[in-house]
Design a protein around this ligand. Structure first.
Ligand SMILES: [Zn+2]
Ligand SMILES: [Zn+2]
Length: 357
């Protein structure tokens, strides 16, 4: 395949103002890759909660407008910018993530593998046009190679939900055989975190609600499921987590909840030297860590947002080896507005993946 086969225009979903119409542009101009860039033909893109925030414009940092959102794209390289030094070739399967570019070589954060903190970072589907389109240009240093044999519809949601949940599990400071509570274990991120945790030998205590979710988690090997709705007080829930974990409490708790309560409850059931990993983003919420207990029991409180390029490679590798599989349903790209509506109503189980073919 050569650059000549790339059409001049293609399908894209564009919005011009926050909460404005998601226009289906069938003749959107396909960008030409410059030096350092590749052009990727997107086969599938996941839809993440952050895409909804970009459309609403309700985060303190505003995205560019007009915008093509999306940051969980999987596809093939169809062209490479002239003079670009890269081991990648036309035809390679690659993924597009939230982080689209960063300096990579002259700030302390990039040099220590924390490129998500780089002051020069730009995000796909936020600062730059993203994956809700058939062709997207990306920094050649930033696309993630997709392993042979990993289906692109499965790879797509792993590029944000997978990387984020894998990174959160890495932040637990645990060893194989340790116990980790996962709060929101059946959700879009939680069901992946559960599988990553089990894959590295952690015993997962899942907190969520409902028999359907319990059945889904049992499929991954979760034996300890706590339905939080069965506990009317925080004390009763804390006692149950401690009982299930043998009395002392779990070694870690990874919280994906969008409510503040779950974070504060976790601080009460963790064992001494236990780690709370905060991943969900409840608005205007505060952690209430009692300083005396935190000091005397050596509790660790860690925030975890996105992973780096190596985390992304690892997140995909688990899936290529059959250890992790996202729950997906595939719909056409044109359904984006309807997906946002269902997301808003909390009706989406697992991840919806849009086909850009
Ligand atoms: Zn995301
Ligand atoms: Zn940097």
């Amino acid at each position: 395949m050569t650059a000549e086969t790339v059409p001049k225009t293609a399908l894209a979903i564009v919005f011009d103002e926050h909460d404005g119409p998601l226009r289906v542009e069938r003749e959107h101009l396909v960008a030409t890759p410059e030096v350092g860039e590749v052009l990727v033909r997107i086969a599938y893109t996941g839809v993440c909660h952050s895409d909804l925030h970009a459309w609403h414009g309700d985060w303190p940092d505003k995205p560019k407008l007009p915008l093509i959102g999306g940051h969980e794209g999987a596809g093939h390289i169809v062209a490479i910018g002239p003079g670009t030094k890269t081991p990648l070739k036309v035809g390679d399967a690659v993924g597009i993530k939230w982080l689209a570019t960063a300096c990579l070589d002259h700030c302390e954060d990039c040099l220590s593998g924390n490129e998500g903190l780089c002051a020069e970072q730009k995000a796909s589907g936020y600062d730059l046009d993203g994956t809700f389109q058939q062709y997207v240009v990306s920094d050649a240093r930033y696309v993630t190679p997709i392993p042979d044999g990993l289906a692109l519809d499965i790879a797509a949601p792993l590029l944000c939900a997978g990387v984020t949940s894998w990174r959160a599990i890495k932040e637990t400071n645990t060893k194989p055989g340790n116990m980790a509570v996962i709060v929101g274990a059946a959700g879009g991120l939680g069901h992946l975190a559960t599988q990553y945790a089990i894959a590295i030998g952690l015993r997962v205590i899942a907190i969520d609600s409902g028999e359907e979710k319990q059945r889904m988690l049992a499929k991954y090997g979760v034996q300890d499921f706590i339905d939080f709705k069965n506990f009317s007080t925080e004390d009763a829930l804390v006692e149950e987590v401690k009982r299930v974990s043998g009395g002392r409490g779990p070694h870690a708790s990874v919280v994906f909840s969008s409510g503040a309560a779950a974070y504060n409850t976790a601080l009460k059931y963790l064992r001494p030297r236990g780690t709370l990993v905060c991943v969900g983003l409840p608005a205007n919420a505060t952690l209430q860590a009692e300083i005396y207990t935190t000091v005397c029991t050596g509790l660790r409180i860690v925030g975890s947002n996105i992973g780096n390029r190596q985390d992304a490679i690892e997140a995909l590798d688990f899936a290529a080896r059959g250890k992790v599989k996202p729950e997906i349903s595939v719909e056409p790209l044109e359904n984006l507005h309807s997906v946002f509506e269902r997301m808003e109503r909390g009706e989406i189980a697992g991840r919806i993946v849009l086909s850009c073919k």
